[in-house]
Design a protein around this ligand. Structure first.
Ligand code: FO1
Length: 313
């Protein structure tokens, strides 16, 4: 089955890892992952693409299992030396091995290659059979509008620990962005589109905001299935719940289904949220419940198995 997944970082990667366990190499060649690049940031002259790296490192089996980002067994000698220099602060932890990826990416991009091209080089370097595509090749950083003023998403999340109240979200230059090569085709030609359990506002939201992507999702004959990132009224990872609340949105599994609205054919909720099935079904979306909280490798594989079985019906 040709599957296209829309993905953010850590939450999405858990499901994608499960899919990798469930699929043969030949089947995985039919999987395309479209990744959020709104989190991308330039730092120390380097282009850093956290969600692309999280997805790639996870599927390559080298991600730091304790954090879900960065490389396992990482050291920080370079960063420790950097922060000794005047005016350099430590708030974004760039490890020595991880820096190699950012140096490679940045040097290739300075040489004229697109983010898509470099992402594909990295994917091939790790011998991964699936396609990993950025949503767009244009740098369209997500700005969080807060009481303290506008902050780059990483500054809001990491430096300010998601503390300032969110007043709005802006995807910079998004109206100029074009979907990255292969993304629209991957949606139109898929048999299934899986929206991973990522933050709808700042992980999936930027992907949907790239002109042409939402239109492709509405036009595709693929079954569009989302997995709720909200369980029992709270997000499993990151500040999704707080951001939804700050923006006056309902913090529930069914609230996220309403956010996606007519894009969805099917919605998978956690078993804790079974009482919300009826309100999602009332939107004309088929529902099912499963254990969506992924703590162990077995949980990831089981959830991916549930998704694949439902799609095969
Ligand atoms: N997340 C943190 O919580 N603290 C960090 O210092 C940090 C550094 C970092 C460096 C490279 C990278 O690819 C990701 C990194 N992340 C870090 C994760 C990242 O900020 C977010 O989790 C994602 O952008 C959201 O998906």
């Amino acid at each position: 089955m040709k599957i296209t997944a829309l993905a953010g970082g850590v939450g999405a990667s858990k499901l994608l890892y499960g899919l990798q366990q469930q699929l043969t190499v030949n089947e995985a060649e039919e999987l395309t992952i479209i990744v959020n690049t709104g989190d991308d940031i330039e730092m120390f002259g380097l282009y850093i693409a956290p969600d692309l790296d999280i997805v790639t490192y996870t599927l390559a089996g080298i991600v730091n299992p304790a954090t879900g980002w960065g490389i396992s067994g990482e050291t920080f000698a370079c960063l420790e030396r950097l922060i000794g220099y005047e005016g350099v602060e430590r708030w974004f932890n760039l490890g020595d091995r991880d820096l190699a990826t950012h140096i490679f990416r940045t040097s290739r991009m300075r040489g004229g290659e697109s983010l898509s091209m470099v992402s594909d080089r990295l994917r091939r370097h790790f011998g991964l059979p699936m396609r990993i595509l950025p949503m767009t090749d244009l740098h369209t950083p997500t700005t969080i509008l807060t009481k303290e003023g506008p902050l780059h998403f990483q500054e809001y999340l990491i430096r300010r620990r998601a503390e300032p109240r969110v007043e709005g979200i802006r995807f910079e230059r998004i109206e100029e962005a074009r979907p990255a090569p292969g993304t629209v085709e991957a949606i139109l030609e898929a048999e299934a589109v899986v929206i991973c359990p990522s933050n709808p506002l700042i992980s999936i939201g930027p992907i949907l905001a790239v002109p042409g992507i939402r239109e492709a999702l509405l036009a595709t004959k693929a079954t569009v299935l989302a997995i709720s990132p909200v369980v029992g009224g709270a997000s499993l990872k990151g500040p999704t719940d707080r951001m939804l609340r700050d923006l006056g949105r309902e913090v529930s599994a069914s609230g996220v289904a309403r956010f996606y609205g007519d894009l969805l054919d099917r919605y998978l909720l956690d078993e804790q949220d079974h009482s919300e099935e009826a309100s999602v079904a009332a939107l004309g979306i088929e529902t099912r419940v499963a254990k969506t909280v992924m703590q162990t490798e077995a949980d990831k594989s089981a959830l991916a198995g549930t998704v694949l079985e439902w799609l095969a019906e």
